[in-house]
Ligand binder design. Structure first.
Ligand SMILES: Cc1ncc(C[n+]2csc(CCOP(=O)(O)OP(=O)(O)O)c2C)c(N)n1
Length: 468
């Protein structure tokens, strides 16, 4: 983090406030759609409070501090409410859209470039697709800059904030290979490693294989595993033993303990670590609530750990952050194996409302319940770098066509051959239109007559991988 020590502390303190507000707004948006709007048909509306909570801290850090206007982001489909809540706080999303979440014309279940009015960079409803787009967008950005077509708009990071189950999609693996071939650099994938998908708990062993795969394909892999509370505990006498215990703990057991809370953590740890007095003493210095806080202090929920990891990331290669998180973090069903579509009851929502200090009628208020005056929050939001250049839909100038080349046709030709001739003539005539046409082809350039201008085979503007 940039700035002096007091400045950094003030930024962190404000981000912690915004983190609380984003958790509340995203949870309440879903609750409101399900319990407080009568759409007259009695049908289920749904929404994903647990999937959203998993990403609240990471997205708070990104949108309110790390992102720059030129960065582009694909957001995990089921974290859409988090995205909408952040856009609302930044002044880019209307209250009316939030109140109509999942309804016709309202904020969308999954970020959508066509149906959402807010600044969505990539549509992501289909698991795995939006993520893969980020790398290709980065390659296109390289191409545009190599051609000198973007003199006033700097290169941005293409960022995928993804669920860990998205790795299961085959297109993600095809994309990784393709990126490697073309020397991808400017891309971050941030994996929300909550180890839960829709139906199951993600296999521990599989994921470390994935990390090796990323490294093998030229990515820097950064684990954001432990928060600062845990890091400090590891430095105490007996702390290393606690770290080993966490590292060895199967995902299933860890998730179950997260759900059960402080008493369950204590029983399990005292059983497993009974012969390690230093570690037991460390645990006993925490009451049940503090123990639960300590044991769930994973990196993906610790703003300081997250910001350090982002700060230290290399800039000359793609980076994959594996951020350890808890599905449903901070909500009553955190860690529960069936929490994917779980919705808080009215009573549970009431408890969250009290914890966040929000009175009835203040649910949509941007500042209610926060520990700092609204003017300070407003001043901070106005300085957020991400929105410094306003909304982000850029327009390209139309390309002048001039006189369209004449295509001579003799006798009958197939549509495929005809298409190739049209491209040939455009290329032969040269000029701005020819410069702007780039075709890509999945290894069928010859048979489809796309050869004239195929980016991957002839234009020579993309970096080709030479054995890094
Ligand atoms: C292509 C595709 N396959 C399946 C689904 C159904 N689906 C929705 S969410 C989900 C799993 C989400 O798991 P993860 O990406 O880890 O996110 P989280 O558990 O944090 O919600 C699946 C399989 C989908 N939306 N798209």
């Amino acid at each position: 983090m940039e700035g002096s020590v007091p400045q950094r502390a003030a930024t962190l303190a404000m981000l912690r406030q915004l983190e609380r507000k984003v958790l509340w707004l995203s949870s309440y948006m879903i609750h409101h759609a399900n319990h407080e709007v009568d759409r007259g048909d009695g049908l289920k509306v749904g929404g994903h409070q647990a999937s959203s909570a998993s990403l609240v801290t990471l997205m708070t850090a990104l949108y309110f501090h790390v992102l720059r206007p030129e960065d582009r982001v694909a957001v995990k489909p089921h974290a859409s409410p988090v995205f909408h809540a952040i856009q609302y706080l930044l002044g880019n999303q209307s209250l009316d859209k939030l109140q109509n979440f999942r309804a016709f014309g309202g904020a969308q279940s999954y970020p959508s470039r066509t149906k959402d009015k807010a600044d969505v960079d990539f549509s992501t409803g289909s698991v795995g697709l939006g993520i893969a787009e980020t790398g290709f967008a980065s390659l296109v950005q390289d191409y545009v800059h190599a051609k000198g077509w973007s003199p006033n708009w700097p290169k941005g990071r293409m960022i995928g904030i993804m669920g860990d189950a998205e790795i299961d999609e085959g297109n993600v693996h095809e994309a990784l290979l393709e990126y490697w071939k073309h020397g991808l650099e400017n891309c971050w994938w941030i994996i929300d490693y909550n180890r839960q998908s829709l139906d199951s708990v993600v296999s521990d062993r599989l994921f470390m294989k994935m990390a090796a795969l990323f490294e093998n394909l030229g990515w820097k892999v950064v684990l954001i595993k432990y928060g600062k509370l845990l890091q400090r505990a590891f430095a105490e006498p007996g702390g290393q033993r606690l770290k080993e215990w966490i590292d060895d703990c199967p995902n299933m057991v860890y998730s179950a303990l997260v759900f059960q809370g402080g008493g369950a953590w204590r029983r399990q740890l005292e059983d497993d670590l009974a012969i390690h007095p230093d570690t037991l003493a460390l645990l006993r210095r925490h009451d049940d609530a503090a123990l639960a806080r300590l044991m769930t202090n994973l990196g993906g929920h610790d703003l300081q750990a997250i910001l350090e990891a982002f700060d230290e990331a290399p800039t000359n290669q793609p980076v994959c952050f594996i951020a350890y998180t808890i599905k449903g973090f901070g909500l009553p069903f955190q860690g529960h194996k069936d929490n994917h579509s779980g919705l808080m009851t009215k009573a549970q929502l009431g408890d969250l409302r009290s914890r966040e200090g929000i009175n009835q009628g203040e649910e949509w208020d941007k500042f209610a319940g926060l520990d700092v005056p609204p003017t300070e929050v407003e001043a901070f939001l106005e300085r957020v770098p991400f929105v410094a250049k306003g909304t982000r839909r850029l327009k390209a100038e139309p390309v002048p066509i001039g006189t369209f080349p004449k295509i001579e046709a003799k006798g009958q030709v197939s549509t495929q051959a005809g298409f190739g001739r049209v491209l040939d003539e455009i290329a032969r005539a040269a000029g701005p239109l020819a410069d702007r046409i780039v075709t890509t082809s999945p290894d069928v350039t010859v048979s489809t007559n796309l050869g004239t201008r195929t980016c991957s085979s002839s234009a020579g503007c993309c970096r080709r991988r030479s054995g890094r």
